[in-house]
Design a protein around this ligand. Structure first.
Ligand code: CA
Length: 531
């Protein structure tokens, strides 16, 4: 069996293979090293005053979908008349609504950027983006695994409220769930999603075409996305056969990420003259690692003397190639924005989706000094790289330790679009942090609490305090992350009053999980090798 197979490339991929490296690339002026420990700067520290007040906010009425959409229409109209919020008018007044490109890389870990000091992985375009934008040291995933973190991102609801809380792929969003795409579509945006959806298989209430996306191209089901050579992908609910692929993890004629990238680019081109939301939930560098043997990034890494592997000895080298490949594709996105002359009016996010997986037994030191990994609620499962760039609006080269997480994305994007998010979300807009408090017209709010639950684990963040119950049969642990970023010194018995506040919040934050359902079960994913 050949190690790696030759891939049939699309025209766009041939251009890439021809070495047309974008002018975007290489710069690393940030390179401040491993500065992730909170404490360098503090933003708007406020003490906890009243736990009940916060709980009451989060327990607020759950607005029905039709009520939300009705209200959103009114909200959009209100922008033009007196009485709408000062903040909304201030942000959008005299400005075109910004385009939004949200690039989320599956498993890319906090310390896997070269600007974070990684010795092996090369990310010149992301490094340059950080130098030209804002990098966050305390941006946290919505959940420690793929499907739930996407559900949190899409709904603006934390893990105690959002619909998809398990990872196998069988739980879809409910019909009445409102997503970021629905909010932005209502505000006049073209909406496209590309990559791994994970919030509902074909034939369910959770599919992206029922949740605000004009187009979604890629994988709907979690497990389908495990192959880079699937024998089909999905475009807005319809199967797109990929001739020459069997669904094998490592071999095939059509490499899914090239197709997904090309669709991402096509969407941006086609919508350059109107506001657009391009959600790139790209699967690399998630395992399993198959890559075309003529991929330029693979050629760069294939002869490295690295023995680390998970299933195959070359796994770590393919992983490094995947990271370099997606970095190049990110550079190509920026080059395209320049070419289309929309760079100055486009906000780009690049982030991971959950904490690093430690696939190679610490070979890449992906999570550094963070405890834990993908799948658990220690910092190693939640800390992600997060960089945001908007030329002329976000100051370049800023490193922020503002504490936020995925529920905040929806209200942030809604505010930038002049739209109103649903009332039943858990996030707060971070626009004052991104654009500055004077541009936003107000101070940045802070979360009193952040909340996660997953597979019997529970975690709460309250400022620098972190409470974690690693298993439902174990006691809560308490850490002060300002002094103990590695969560090694459990001080629960020394601060029982702090822990009780956080436990009380956790109890209130969890609600019963009511999943969506099937509309047409015949379309169910039954295994990539059989379709
Ligand atoms: Ca993931």
């Amino acid at each position: 069996m050949p190690l790696l197979t030759t891939s049939v490339r699309s025209e766009g991929a041939q251009q890439r293979a021809g070495g047309r490296e974008v002018s975007w690339g290489g710069g690393n002026t940030l390179a401040k090293g491993l500065d992730c420990v909170p404490g360098a700067r503090r933003y708007n520290e406020t003490p906890i005053k009243n736990i009940q007040e916060n709980v009451a906010i989060l327990e607020g009425d759950r607005m029905k979908r039709r009520d939300f959409l009705k209200a959103a229409s009114v909200g959009a109209a209100a922008l033009a008349v007196p009485g709408c919020s000062y903040v909304q008018r201030r942000v959008v007044k005299g400005k075109k609504k910004p385009n939004i490109v949200y690039i989320m890389l599956d498993e890319l870990a906090y310390f896997e950027l070269s600007c974070m000091g990684n010795k092996y992985l090369k990310t010149p375009n992301i490094d340059r983006m950080a130098a030209e934008g804002m990098r966050f040291t305390q941006a946290l995933a919505g959940a420690p695994v793929c499907a739930p973190t996407r559900s949190v991102l899409m709904t603006g609801q934390h893990m105690g409220h959002t619909t998809v809380r398990t990872n196998p792929g069988g739980v879809p969003l409910r019909a009445e769930d409102v997503t970021v795409a629905e909010v932005l579509k209502e505000a006049g945006y073209a909406t496209g999603g590309f990559g791994k959806w994970g919030c509902g298989d074909r034939g369910t209430t959770g599919v992206p075409e029922r949740h605000g996306f004009d187009i979604f191209f890629g994988y709907y089901h979690q497990v389908h996305a495990h192959s880079y050579f699937p024998n089909y992908l999905v475009r807005s609910g319809e199967k797109v056969p990929l001739e020459g692929n069997t669904g094998d993890f490592y071999e095939g004629k059509q490499f899914a990420q090239y197709l997904i990238f090309d669709e991402s680019i096509k969407f941006i081109r086609e919508n350059k003259d109107r506001p657009f939301f391009c959600y790139c939930a790209w699967t690399p560098p998630h395992g399993r690692w198959g890559i075309p043997e003529d991929e330029p990034a693979w050629l760069e890494f294939k002869d490295k003397p690295w023995p680390a592997g998970q299933r195959r000895p070359e796994d770590a080298k393919v992983y490094a190639a995947m990271v370099k490949m997606i970095d190049r594709q990110i550079g190509q996105i920026f080059a395209l924005l320049k070419e289309l002359e929309i760079d100055d009016n486009t906000l780009v996010f690049v982030c991971g989706d959950n904490g690093g997986a430690r696939y190679f037994d610490h070979f890449f030191d992906s999570n550094g000094h963070f405890r834990g990994r993908k799948g658990n609620l220690y910092e190693g499962g939640l800390r992600i790289p997060m960089i945001v760039r908007w030329p002329g609006r976000i100051k370049p080269g800023v490193v922020s330790d503002y504490l936020w997480y995925f529920p905040d994305v929806m209200p942030t994007l809604a505010e930038l679009a002049g739209a109103k998010p649903p009332d039943n979300i858990d996030g707060i807009s971070i626009v004052p942090t991104l654009l500055g408090e004077s541009a936003a017209g107000r101070k940045q709010k802070k979360h009193k609490f952040l909340y996660w639950e997953y597979k019997g684990q529970t975690a709460v963040r309250m400022g620098d305090w972190k409470a974690i119950q690693p298993d439902k049969n174990k006691a809560f642990e308490l850490y002060d992350l300002s002094k103990d970023i590695s969560e090694e010194n459990n001080i629960a018995t020394e601060h029982p009053e702090i822990l009780e506040k956080m436990k009380a919040y956790a109890k209130q934050a969890h609600t019963e999980n009511i999943p969506g359902g099937w509309v047409d079960e015949e379309k169910a994913f039954k295994g990539h090798e059989f379709h």
